[in-house]
Each structure stands twice: as C-alpha cells, then as structure tokens.
Design a protein around this ligand. Structure first.
Ligand SMILES: Nc1nc2c(ncn2[C@@H]2O[C@H](COP(=O)(O)OP(=O)(O)OP(=O)(O)O)[C@@H](O)[C@H]2O)c(=O)[nH]1
Ligand SMILES: [Zn+2]
Length: 356
C-alpha cells in the first residue's frame, strides 16, 4: 500500500523532515493508525501491518490524552527485529480532529477519529429524517476541520426525494447533498466520485440511518478488507476485531469507529455561527451592534422570525447550541484553571521537600 493511498498528502509530507530530525540514527517509517487497542495500535505502512506501542520518551512527553495516537493518525515508527511489532516515536500534526465529551464530572475530550477530510452526514429519508439533528452534525463537522457532505439514504422508500433535498439545502449552506439507495444503487456513483485517492472520509449518523449498508456498498471489492483480524488476547484466547480505517476501491480511506458513530457535540460558538450563517448575517443588520435579539428596536432577527423568513425551530436550535457552546467553554476554562492550580501545588510541595 503506498503512502498516497493511505491518505499521506502534502500536508503531512511537509512535516516529515522536521519530525524525523531528532531520530537521525533510527530507521523510521511512516504509518497510519487503523485500530486502537488498549495501549497498542495497529499501524499500516508501505511495507506491512504491525502492532505498535509508543516509545518511553513519547509517553513521557505526552501529558494529555489527546497527545496519544488515535485512529487516522500518521505516525513515525521503528520496526522491531523479527516481529510484526513496532515502536511509535512521533505523531504528525493533525488536519482535523473529532472528539466527544467523556461522561463524568470533569469534561474530558476523548478523540474518536483524526485526519478526516470529508465527513459523511448520513440520514435516511424516512423516520430518521431530522433537520435539527443535521444542524448539530454540521456544526460539529465545521468545528473539526472536515468538510461535511450530506448523504440522504434509502431513497427507494419514498416517491420523491426533492422535498427532502430542499429542506436540507435550507440549513446546509455550501454543502453538497447526495441522495442514495443501496437497494437500487441510485446515486452511489456520484458519491463515490467524491471519494478519491488521498481523501479520508468518515461516517456519522444515528442508529439505523444506513451507515453499515453504505459502507458495504462503497467497499465492494475493497483492497483492504473490513474483514476481521484474528488475534490472541492476554489470556491466549482468540478474539476478532475490525480495522476501523479501510481503503475503499475508489481510492479513499474510510474511517468507521463506534465513537464516531455516536458523535456528540463538542463545539464552540464560532462553529455554531458557521452553520447558522443566515442568522449571523441577520445579526449584522440589527441596529445595535451588541443586540441580543430579545426585544431591542430595529432587530433584524426578530423581524425575520415575525415574517417567518427564519423559522422558530431553527432559531431555537441556534439558541440552544450557542448556550451549550458557552457552557462548555466556561467549564473547560474552569477545569484548566483547577488543573493549573493542582500543578503548582505539586511543584511547590516538591520544592519544600528539596529544601529540607
Ligand atoms: N430500503 C432500504 N433499506 C436500507 C437502505 N440502506 C439501509 N437499509 C436498511 O436500514 C436498516 C439499517 O441499516 P444499517 O446500515 O444497519 O444502519 P446503521 O446506520 O449502520 O445502523 P447502526 O449499525 O445501528 O449504527 C437495515 O435494515 C438496512 O437493510 C436502502 O438504501 N434502502
Ligand atoms: Zn438583533
């Protein structure tokens, strides 16, 4: 598998020399993480597939969880002699990142996939069709750095997809919409033509939206099987797992991880704004620059709502997402402050000990 097929674009190539420099005496290879085990990574290189762990100094320098490799990452690895094992020495800077909130008191980011170029927002045209949910996904996509694409599935189940596409286009500015059916194959070729060599795509969408069916339809005759990998666990039992990054016959890579499938919002106010450009544009027409769109005179947002140009549902969803983004921003900075405080406590404790 050559590096280009693995999605190693000029963005990553440009980092190579600098990243390699500190390891001049080592024979390093570029690889891509296709699966994350506990403290172990399945990595594909031009030559082979290996199981890799991070080096001691890598672990020493990685403080936050997000500094560890994730599915989709490019890494510099060193093969271990005579085994299909390797050591990860360095991580390439990511082009995009998907994270979710981890349940618990502290809000921690858990990375679910990285280096995704195209995010396929999968939604069916039957009972799963939900414009408000789509708005959330679009905000998350812009936030990550990936380009969103809407994929409406199961078109064979409705007589006319036009009204669905029109509804989507009203909330998805500048985003391409594809309507497909895996039953009739309708629209698949057009979607596949977007998934070319060097691109990495990922799927999000609710349960039953048709993600697995779509993956199978896109992955026919694939080079790198979605098929299971047999391995032995710590107790010597055979287990099977799946690669979470595969190369499609069209040449693109496809990431499909459980975390990605149930992606939640981890977003900021800017990306909410990016997916509600109509509201941002209206705000600029308000008489007062710091208009809260509540009851100020000359408010363009209120006017648009009254005239029905801006629907009540869309406005409410915008307010809700902004509130969530504000809450997260506040919570994150408070957690960061507390962490900083703890760190200095540790340091001053250490100093006191030394003095004694
Ligand atoms: N009629 C029709 N049914 C479809 C189509 N695509 C998927 N389905 C059906 O929809 C159901 C759900 O599809 P899946 O591909 O399993 O959905 P999913 O998004 O992977 O669901 P999770 O695995 O729960 O996340 C299955 O019964 C599929 O057979 C389609 O194009 N047309
Ligand atoms: Zn206003």
């Amino acid at each position: 598998m050559n590096l280009e097929t693995l999605g190693f674009t000029t963005y990553f190539e440009q980092q190579l020399e600098q990243l390699r420099a500190p390891f001049a005496t080592k024979a390093l290879h570029v690889g891509r993480v296709v699966l994350e085990h506990k403290h172990m990574y399945r990595v594909i290189t031009e030559q082979r597939e290996v199981l890799a762990t991070v080096s001691g100094s890598f672990a020493h320098e990685a403080i936050a969880r997000e500094q560890y490799p994730a599915v989709g990452d490019f890494v510099l690895i060193e093969y271990m002699d005579g085994e299909d094992r390797a050591v990860i020495h360095a991580l390439f800077t990511r082009s995009s990142k998907f994270a979710r909130k981890v349940a618990g008191r502290d809000i921690e980011e858990q990375i679910v996939a990285v280096n995704v170029d195209v995010l396929l927002l999968v939604m069916s045209v039957n009972d799963d069709f939900n414009i408000r949910r789509l708005e959330r996904y679009i905000a998350a996509a812009w936030d990550s750095g990936a380009q969103p694409i809407v994929v409406l599935t199961k078109t064979d189940l409705c007589d006319d997809v036009t009204p669905f596409i029109e509804q989507v286009e009203q909330v998805a500015f500048g985003i391409d919409v594809y309507a497909v059916s895996v039953v009739t194959q309708h629209g698949l070729a057009a979607l596949i033509s977007r998934l070319t060599v060097g691109k990495t795509a990922a799927l999000v969408g609710s349960s039953g939206a048709g993600k697995s069916s779509l993956t199978n339809a896109l992955g026919q005759n694939e080079h790198m099987q979605v098929a299971s990998i047999r391995e032995d666990d710590a107790k010597g039992r055979h287990t099977t797992t799946h690669r979470e990054l595969v190369v499609l016959p069209s040449g693109a890579c496809l990431i499909d991880t459980p975390g990605m499938r149930e992606l939640q919002l981890w977003t900021d106010s800017d990306s909410v704004g990016a997916s509600f450009q109509d509201i941002e544009e209206l705000s600029e027409q308000c008489r007062f620059r710091n208009c809260t769109h509540a009851n100020e005179p000359g408010c363009a947002v209120v006017e648009a709502r009254e005239q029905g140009v801006l629907t009540e549902e869309r406005w409410q969803n915008y307010v809700k997402l902004q509130r969530e983004a504000a809450y997260l921003a506040q919570k994150t900075s408070r957690d960061a402050q507390l962490a900083e405080k703890r760190k200095w406590k540790q340091i001053s404790k250490g100093l006191k000990k030394k003095k004694r």
